[in-house]
Design a protein around this ligand. Structure first.
Ligand code: MTE
Ligand code: MO
Length: 358
């Protein structure tokens, strides 16, 4: 199935709205994900912007701003490029669905993530012009799209003011040096490095300074971590924000036939928040013994680390496992069974790939 602007081989989870993840091979090509292979996660149809986009900044501010696209993009002196990984909270949900089904959610594999060079203006620059009032604690973002829910609402979400004032958070108009494609939020989107993808609002329409977190369903009902026996409902569960440490094997692929001897294993690891990946380890025996992986290109604090390891594999079936540590000394859980949750978020169990060594 080919999609406009995307190469063949994307793994399509839905066409209307469009939802598609990158095949492992595309992510394994290098640390920057090509635009035509970057995953798409949409909750509604791609919106039109008749009459041109305007960005409104309001709520708890001294001055409400209404900016034209030129007034945002034209700030050449403030322009900033950030290399950042986006990752959906539903990345690797398929591993949770293998434990127990999750009706109504798509079985995303490990390709609901990608890394790009984003160009934009720091959000803090725009906030300084609007002048946050003392009661402002959160910065909300609303898109121009409407989801397909029973009471359609714009896709939205918020981040704490403290994060919003950090220089890596940008209002972006370009991806890998070219204008944002429509499916990735043209003309303007948020890029909130270190946070779940759901906070990087596309087709940005409105920025709102608030005393409380975003009240819409995409933050109050969805993107929350429920207990296994809990029903989704407003305010229930743990609100997701910073991404969790995760590691994935990109090559070889599940079920691959690989020649015996030394086999190269490659993947990505992402630390989340402002932490960085400190160590990745790989096992050829399901986690009994471990080999250190080599961390590859360092693209800065907001990007994943790709990694490579060589494992000696004897003929037969081999179970390759990977896990990471972050700069806070944390590693991640072994079993998806212990992580299952009703909406299928944050599967950061050890990565497993079974191969046939010939
Ligand atoms: N307006 C709007 N912004 C959105 C979404 C959306 O459906 N509408 N999806 C969010 C989610 S859940 C993710 S993971 C990222 C995906 O960004 P991408 O499609 O550019 O990869 O966009 C986020 N921003
Ligand atoms: Mo997402």
């Amino acid at each position: 199935m080919t999609l406009p602007g995307k190469r063949g081989g994307m793994i399509v989870h839905g066409r209307t709205p469009l939802n598609a993840e990158s095949p492992r091979a595309a992510l394994a090509e290098g640390p920057i994900t090509a635009r035509d292979a970057f995953y798409v996660r949409n909750h509604g149809p791609v919106p039109e912007t008749p009459g041109g986009a305007r960005l409104r900044i309001g709520g708890l501010v001294a001055r409400t701003l209404v900016l034209s696209l030129d007034e945002v993009v034209g700030r050449t002196a403030d322009r900033r490029e950030v290399t950042a990984t986006l990752q959906c909270a539903g990345n690797r949900r398929d591993g949770l669905m293998a434990v127990r089904d999750i009706p109504g959610e798509a079985p995303w594999g490990p390709g609901a993530t990608g890394t790009a060079r984003w160009t934009g203006v720091p959000l803090v620059t725009l906030l300084a012009e609007a002048g946050p009032l003392p009661g402002a604690r959160h910065v909300g973002f609303a898109g121009r799209d409407r989801d397909g829910g029973p009471r359609p609402e714009p896709f939205g979400g918020s981040i704490p003011l403290e994060k919003a004032l950090s220089e890596e958070v940008i209002v972006a108009w370009a991806m890998n040096g070219r204008p944002l494609p429509a499916v990735h939020g043209a003309p303007l989107r948020m890029v909130v490095p270190g946070y779940i993808g759901a906070r990087s609002i596309k087709w940005l329409d409105r920025i709102e300074l608030r005393a409380q977190p975003w009240a819409g369903s995409h933050q109050q009902v969805a993107y929350r971590l429920l207990r296994p026996d809990e029903e989704p409902g407003p305010g229930r569960g743990v609100e997701l924000g910073e991404l969790a440490l995760n590691a994935v094997v990109l090559a070889p692929e599940e079920g691959a036939r690989v020649p015996g001897g030394r086999v190269e294993v490659r993947g990505y690891a992402l630390a989340g928040g402002a932490r960085h990946v400190a160590r990745v380890e790989v096992s050829a025996d399901g986690g009994a013994t471990w080999t250190a992986a080599e961390l590859l290109d360092d693209l800065g604090p907001w990007a994943w680390r790709t990694w490579r390891a060589r494992l000696r594999l004897a003929p037969g079936r081999a179970e390759i496992v990977a896990r990471a540590w972050d700069s806070a000394g944390h590693t991640h859980p072994e079993r998806a069974e212990d992580l299952w949750n009703p909406k299928g978020y944050v599967n950061n169990s050890w990565a497993h790939v079974a191969v046939e060594v010939v």
